[in-house]
Design a protein around this ligand. Structure first.
Ligand code: FRU
Length: 518
């Protein structure tokens, strides 16, 4: 037995969970639904951040997330939980973790799940303490911990048993940050990586190995970020992908703290992205690409992926409200996850992330607009009022002369809207919130490559929920996810050909059903 595996309870877990459920219920009872999602995962009440413990177990999809049950700002972390049989209808499950052990006294931080070859599930997460016992001024003390289901036959995973620490922190080699374990198996050996700020404050991912998932030993530094400004890699991810020619690559993903904005890149407070490269056991990761963003929107962070039983790599991100004001904090809830995305490596050597194909099942009534050309400065009203809508749009750029083809979403009678635009001058897809009445403003702009810019079929899938918009460009070659918090009254969607024409090959509007968490 691993002597580290001794849970040291400072409070009763069941009592802490019951108290947290009450905290969420109190906030849910005063919740305002004006921006509360219909088809994205959010907590009933309270603050959420990172997706955690993603897995398919017992015939159900499980999504856990960082939860603060007592307020709408970040605070002592718990794990909330929802599950679904089909990715379309979700149900709330009991809160999975509240701080109850010494080693996680100030928070049950992010972590992941694995389902082993026998079908057993295990959860690895970070136990967090403030080093001075009270606040962040004295640094952090973090360790990696294990949990297992109390009843493996419960497909709902309603009760998890904490098993204690599996990786302690060599604190003299670490500057505070040591968290967010991700576990996988290669050739019969278990590997764990997590984010570390080294003693000289470089952002690193460390690699540990195990044969039994309980005893772990340090193997090497898997990766160090080349930018000395980057001091921590939060929520690291590491998985293989198969290229169209059958060759295997490895993807390293992380949420980098400290990188400076550079042109259109890294505009958010912290930014999540990936590199593609190679890895073999006994080696460090060898990147073959530069750092690329998973998502160019204002609000995307801390994604986590997992492997579905059919081999697809599925990712959820957190729509992080980085910048004040954050108006939903006054509504009893704060924060939602993105849609589930399938990650694939395309012919172009880049990753594509498209909404998981199951999500087409959310489509209810559909309106197919005829293909048409908007004349110079002409407008087309796509919806008078839309709260849960998906648009499929295809433009012929070879025939369009507009300097900008703008799609106003959440357009309200006070004149505010969010603009999703193909900007011909910039050569980018722009998500612009400058005309928003509420919340953080600013714009973000995702690149199009030379072929995409001359394409007769630029494709956009735009998902408009009550308080957010997600834009998938050319089957997920680029994505932008942002909060968009409309004013009161009907929320129109309108297309405008600015100072030129826009040729539309295809325009379809789908009303989307609720996923059942409202
Ligand atoms: C990322 C993060 C993780 C940490 C968690 C705490 O958003 O800071 O590194 O485990 O959130 O809530």
């Amino acid at each position: 037995m691993n002597e580290l595996l001794t849970p040291h309870e400072f409070t009763n877990h069941d009592a802490a969970l019951a108290k947290a459920e009450q905290g969420v219920a109190n906030l849910a009872s005063v919740r305002n639904n004006r921006w509360y999602p219909r088809f994205h995962i959010a907590s009933n009440g309270g603050w959420i951040n990172d997706p955690n413990g993603l897995c398919y177990y017992g015939g159900r999809w499980h999504v856990f997330y960082q939860l603060h049950p007592y307020g709408t700002q970040w605070g002592p972390m718990h794990w909330g939980h929802v599950s679904s049989e089909d990715m379309l209808h979700w149900q709330r499950e009991p809160i999975a973790f509240a701080p109850s052990l010494e080693e996680e006294r100030n928070g049950v931080f992010s972590g992941s799940a694995i389902v082993d070859e026998h079908g057993d599930v295990r959860f690895f997460y970070t136990g967090h303490r403030w080093a001075n016992g009270t606040d962040n001024t004295g640094g952090e003390w973090q360790v990696q911990m294990l949990a297992t289901p109390e009843n493996p036959n419960d497909a709902h995973l309603q009760r998890l048993t904490k098993r204690g620490v599996v990786v302690d922190c060599p604190r003299e080699q670490v500057h505070w940050h040591f968290r967010d374990p991700k576990v996988w198996n290669t050739d019969g050996t278990w590997y764990m990586t997590f984010g570390v700020s080294s003693a000289d404050q470089r952002g690193q991912m460390w690699l540990y190995t195990s044969t039994d998932l309980e005893h772990w030993s340090f193997d090497r530094v898997l990766f160090e970020h080349p930018d000395p400004n980057v001091f921590m890699l939060e929520c690291p991810d590491f998985f293989p992908v198969t290229a169209p020619d059958g060759s295997q690559k490895w993807v390293i993903g992380f949420s980098a703290m400290g990188a400076k904005a550079d042109g259109f890149m890294n505009r958010n407070t912290n930014n999540a992205g990936y590199m593609i490269g190679t890895w073999n056991p006994g080696e460090s990761f060898q990147p073959e690409t530069e750092f690329r963003l998973w998502d160019w929107g204002h609000n995307f962070y801390a994604p986590q992926s997992f492997t579905a039983p059919d081999g697809r790599q599925i990712m959820y991100g957190w729509m992080s409200p980085f910048v004040q004001p954050i108006p939903m904090e006054n509504d009893g809830w704060c924060g939602q996850l993105t849609l589930a995305r399938e990650i694939t490596l395309g012919e172009d050597g880049d990753l594509h992330t498209t909404p998981m194909r199951e999500l087409e099942g959310l489509r209810g009534s559909t309106k197919d607009f005829d293909n048409s050309t908007l004349g110079v400065n002409e407008e087309l009203l796509i919806a008078d009022t839309a709260t849960a809508t998906e648009l499929e749009i295809e433009f012929d750029l070879t025939q369009s002369t507009a300097e900008r083809i703008s799609l106003h979403v959440h357009e309200t009678q006070d004149g505010s809207f969010t603009n999703v635009a193909f900007d011909a001058q910039m050569g980018r897809i722009v998500l612009d919130r400058v005309a928003n009445a509420r919340g953080d403003k600013g714009y973000r702009a995702a690149p199009l490559d030379a072929a995409e810019l001359q394409s007769s079929h630029l494709r956009l899938r735009v998902f408009v929920d009550r308080g957010s918009v997600e834009v998938y460009v050319n089957d997920g070659h680029q994505v932008l996810s942002s909060y968009s918090l409309p004013s009161s009254g009907p929320r129109a969607i309108r297309l405008i050909a600015e100072s030129g024409t826009a040729t539309i090959n295809r325009l379809v509007r789908h009303e989307l059903k609720s996923i059942g968490l409202e």
